[in-house]
Design a protein around this ligand. Structure first.
Ligand code: TZP
Ligand code: MG
Length: 218
């Protein structure tokens, strides 16, 4: 089975938790965050750090990728396509200011996964219709301190966008446990969480999200 076939099979078993590392919130290294998230049962982790120099990012990403591989969890690198390739990550997540997805596809090849951030209906539609990506993130759904300037899009708009979705969709932004009952019925494949997991006991928070998602799955 190819990686993308495994991905498609896993996607169908959702909704899943999508953990995004933030060393600032956690006060820990990405490697420590990944260890704790995996101990809580994380199945997908994205390493995200906007400030680390490439060398330091790479050193940690290499270890995070190894830990995820060993645990059978998906590992994504945020923004840095070259590092995703260097550490043989499962995929790379790119936003609107990063390399365009068709260029990323050319660089990473057919089997590696590409995730895409979108922040408006136009971006969401383009990601679904023309971009060669494996999932589409939409948000922030709720206001969040992690991206304070971004305008929250809201659950009603997410629900509307889901009618047009033909790819796995990741809800992101301001997600907390008590908001899952509003999000899961929209049909999203994944919920991505930064601060609500990074600021607590990471393994326990991951386990709590997984249990909540399981109980809400239809
Ligand atoms: N993209 C849209 S919202 C967001 C990103 C990276 C941050 C989400 O963080 P949090 O702390 O889970 O609200
Ligand atoms: Mg980016």
């Amino acid at each position: 089975m190819t990686r993308r076939e495994r991905w498609q099979a896993w996607v169908r078993q959702g909704p899943h938790l999508y953990v995004i590392t933030d060393a600032g919130y956690a006060g820990k290294s990405h490697v420590e965050i990944v260890r704790e998230a995996l101990a809580g049962g994380a199945e997908l982790i994205q390493m995200r750090d906007k400030t680390l120099p490439d060398r330091a990012f790479y050193e940690q990403a290499r270890e995070c990728a190894r830990l995820c591989r060993e645990a059978g969890a998906w590992f994504f690198v945020n923004d840095r396509v070259h590092v995703a390739l260097a550490v043989e990550a499962d995929g790379v997540h790119v936003g609107q200011d990063d390399l365009p997805p068709d260029v990323v596809r050319r660089l990473v090849g057919d089997d590696r996964l590409i995730g895409r951030s979108t922040h408006s209906p136009d971006e969401f539609r383009r990601a679904h219709r023309v971009e060669p990506v494996d999932y589409v993130a939409f948000g922030p759904v709720f206001a969040t301190q992690t991206k304070p300037q971004a305008v929250p899009l809201g659950v009603p708009l997410l629900r509307d966008m889901m009618k047009e979705a033909v790819r796995p969709v990741v809800a992101i932004g301001g997600i907390t446990l008590d908001r899952l009952p509003a999000l899961v019925p929209t049909g999203v494949t994944m919920v991505a969480v930064v601060s609500d997991i990074m600021t607590g006991r990471i393994a326990d928070r991951v386990a709590a999200y997984r249990a909540a998602l399981r109980s809400l799955a239809s």
